[in-house]
Write a protein that binds this ligand. Structure first.
Ligand SMILES: Nc1ncnc2c1ncn2[C@@H]1O[C@H](COP(=O)(O)OP(=O)(O)OP(=O)(O)O)[C@@H](O)[C@H]1O
Ligand SMILES: [Mg+2]
Length: 373
């Protein structure tokens, strides 16, 4: 098998995507993306359907050629190198297994293509199956397997030849919730064991937050933010990311008012919320967009606490087992969702009830309204 020379593997960057764009005729699938992927990291591409995730992955794997820009793996420009010489293992969005072949033959396929000798194929295929907890299942036909098992075969097939980079295109999206959670753990486990640089694609923000070292949020072929999960959740850089990551309320546009050290936000209908923090990067009298998570709004209790107490009316409840999402209407602030522990609020405050709520702005995301991306 012919590979790239082994020099240049010492750097921290496993895959370097530099100014890459992809057009399909008039459709701009990927606009202009630069993304250095660190060696050994679990990186997730996250974004809504059609934002260019699969296209970017296909360009890393070599199944699509960029319209512009370059892709390097281990310091070698592979932009014009065919897929089977790139050392990338891929799990496709739709399994793309060979349904009539056995599990073993599916896994061995890539090794046979690479003309590896028979004994080695047997050894490595079994090792890969063992890695995904399918040892001894090599003789089964793929169509006799469950969805989760098929997904493991696809994984085994992607890792069997020891790729430098593992590319996973929504590998868990077809699985039911329990199986999906289990496979999430197993994927992380596999990543820990192999240390493989992994690029994982999902449009499920919860999955991205729980699995990733870093998350790349994409929209319309462009990167919006690259951050660690916690930072992405607590400090989204623009309204797209704020709305896409986790549940969040966007308040109506407000005017920021400074008075000495204190900062307040003035809404329509004379409603004012006092800010926490100085928001030094925002000008006095500027228009701001404020995002508040449902867990930052609670029923105002007898004892005080940080935050602003406002009067509202209950619109509806959605019981979710551990908590209830209660939708309230607040003059000046519109409809807001709040998250209340347990389910007692459903009987205590039926729809239509007046309710005093406390809105904490401690973790609110405050962005410039005009010109904000
Ligand atoms: N072969 C193609 N020919 C023409 N347009 C394409 C082709 N492949 C993708 N596109 C377009 O490029 C854009 C990005 O598609 P892509 O498949 O990369 O999105 P995605 O983020 O993977 O979406 P999903 O979450 O639905 O899988 C879309 O507008 C899509 O219609
Ligand atoms: Mg896709």
């Amino acid at each position: 098998m012919s590979t790239q020379p082994a020099t240049g593997q010492q750097g921290d960057i496993a895959v370097d995507i530099a100014n890459v764009a992809k057009n399909y005729g008039a459709v701009v699938a990927v606009k202009q993306v630069s993304l250095p992927i660190r060696r050994g990291e679990f990186l997730t591409l996250l974004g809504p359907s059609g934002c260019g995730k699969t296209t970017l992955l296909n360009m890393i794997a070599g199944f699509e050629a960029p319209t512009a820009g370059t892709i390097s793996i281990d310091g070698h420009d592979v932009t014009n190198v065919p897929p089977h010489l790139r050392d990338t293992g891929m799990v496709f969005q739709n399994y793309a297994l060979f349904p009539h072949m056995t599990v073993f033959d599916n896994v061995a396929f890539g090794l046979r293509m690479r003309k590896v000798d028979k004994q080695k194929i047997a050894r490595e295929a079994e090792a890969a199956l063992d890695m995904v907890k399918l040892s001894g299942m090599g003789g089964r036909r793929v169509k006799q397997l469950s969805g989760g098992q098929q997904q493991r075969v696809a994984l085994a097939r992607a890792i069997v030849f020891g790729p430098k980079v593992l590319l996973l295109d929504e590998p868990l999206s077809a699985l039911d919730k329990n199986l999906r959670t289990q496979m999430q753990f197993e994927l992380k486990d596999l990543h820990r064991k192999t240390g493989l640089t992994t690029v994982f694609v999902t449009h499920d923000q919860g999955e991205a937050l729980s699995m990733s070292d870093r998350i790349v949020v994409m929209s319309k072929g462009e990167i919006q933010q690259i951050s660690k999960p916690l930072e992405l959740y607590s400090r989204p850089v623009n309204s797209f990311v704020a709305s896409f990551i986790g549940e969040i309320n966007q308040l109506p546009v407000a005017r920021l008012k400074r008075s000495g050290q204190a900062v307040a936000f003035a809404f329509q209908e004379g409603v004012t919320l006092e800010a926490e923090g100085d928001h030094a990067h925002l000008d006095d009298n500027s228009d701001v967009s404020i995002f508040v998570r449902p867990e930052s709004i609670d029923v105002a209790g007898v004892q005080g606490g940080p935050g602003n107490v406002v009067k509202a009316k209950v619109v509806s409840h959605i019981y979710q087992g551990t908590h209830t999402v209660t939708r309230i209407e607040t003059p000046g602030l519109g409809l807001l969702d709040m998250r209340v522990g347990g389910g007692h609020i459903i009987d205590q405050k039926p729809a239509g009830s007046p309710i005093d709520v406390r809105i904490s702005l401690e973790n609110a995301v405050v962005l410039k309204a005009s010109g904000a991306k």
